[in-house]
Write a protein that binds this ligand. Structure first.
Ligand code: ADP
Length: 288
């Protein structure tokens, strides 16, 4: 059985604004799926449909074999959810809020202490007094504390400092090993790529690509910069884009054969050379 199934999903707001259209993807247990797109691309619309918070015009959204709208209680029985917009009961302490949420879910409190310690979240603080980063941590702890089989996280890393992001990804790894299916949405592929098995890229409400992360990375371009001592060579190798020449300094993006590039550079009177991966996010923006 698939953990998450989205098929031909369509949602239009006010009969005119496209939220999502023809969106189709699946997520298996033990798989981390990165759902990537800039603001307004349709990520939250998809996620809100999965969470039963809006009704699709057409298509299907299932979790663990249950329709998210007509059988929402069963669909979300084992789901941990981090919404993009956070709201809590401001006067409750972190502890009370987590206990309240676990009771609502019919879960025990046994994971609360460990998770709050791990994410350095003070259980005695009122939720209304928390900083954005701490609110994010509370939402993440809440999603994890219910021992989910499916995790749906909308922009979960936004607002976390780099150390907390690292801790977050370590938890995601643990959940994945337990067999949890994980949907991680983000506008920043760099931020989440390290833990994703597959990535879906959404643009203007349409999923434009779904790829294994390895396939995605293998197609990454290199940014090549070199400087020659005297010569002004003609660039004769294939796969060069955006060539800029400034005196003896050459800079270009390269997606050709690495041996051809190395042989070419070796034939020159090089003073210095740099070959680095193009930023993943930059590459992802090429889809737009
Ligand atoms: P993302 O989560 O990727 O930022 P959204 O799913 O929030 O994108 O938005 C997708 C599109 O749907 C955008 O054009 C957005 O303006 C529109 N949209 C989202 N929610 C509403 C709403 N409640 N009413 C009208 N338009 C909406």
């Amino acid at each position: 059985m698939l953990a998450i199934e989205v098929a031909d999903a369509k949602k239009t707001y006010d009969n005119k604004i496209v939220g999502i259209e023809k969106v189709t993807f699946n997520i298996k247990y033990g798989e981390v799926f990165g759902y990537i797109g800039p603001n307004g691309a349709g990520k939250s619309t998809t996620i809100r449909a999965l969470m039963g918070l809006l009704r699709l015009d057409s298509g299907l959204v299932n979790i663990e074999g249950h329709d998210c709208f007509t059988d929402g209680v069963n669909a979300r029985e084992n789901v941990g959810y981090v919404p993009s917009e956070l709201s809590f009961y401001n006067s409750m302490t972190v502890r009370k809020y987590l206990e309240f949420m676990m009771k609502q879910k019919g879960r025990g409190f046994e994971r609360i202490d460990d998770l709050c310690t791990y994410f350095e979240l003070n259980q005695n603080r009122k939720t209304g007094e928390l900083s954005l980063g701490n609110k994010k941590k509370l939402a993440i702890v809440c999603a994890l504390a219910c021992s989910p089989k499916v995790l749906i996280m909308d922009e979960a890393t936004t607002g976390l400092d780099p150390i907390m992001q690292q801790k977050f990804f370590e938890q995601i790894e643990k959940e994945k090993k337990k067999g949890t299916a994980i949907l991680l949405s983000s506008h920043n592929l760099n931020e989440i790529q390290r833990c994703c098995d597959r990535v879906g890229i959404i643009k203007n409400g349409t999923l434009v690509a779904v790829k294994e992360i390895g396939e995605f990375k293998s197609k990454l371009m290199k940014r090549v910069t070199f400087e020659t001592k005297y010569s002004h060579p003609e660039i004769t190798i294939d796969g060069v884009e955006n060539l800029k020449v400034d005196g003896n300094r050459y800079e270009f993006n390269y997606h050709g054969d690495m041996k051809a590039l190395n042989d070419f550079i070796a034939s020159l009177d090089i003073v210095n050379v740099s070959i680095v991966d193009v930023d993943l996010n930059e590459e992802f923006m090429r889809w737009y």
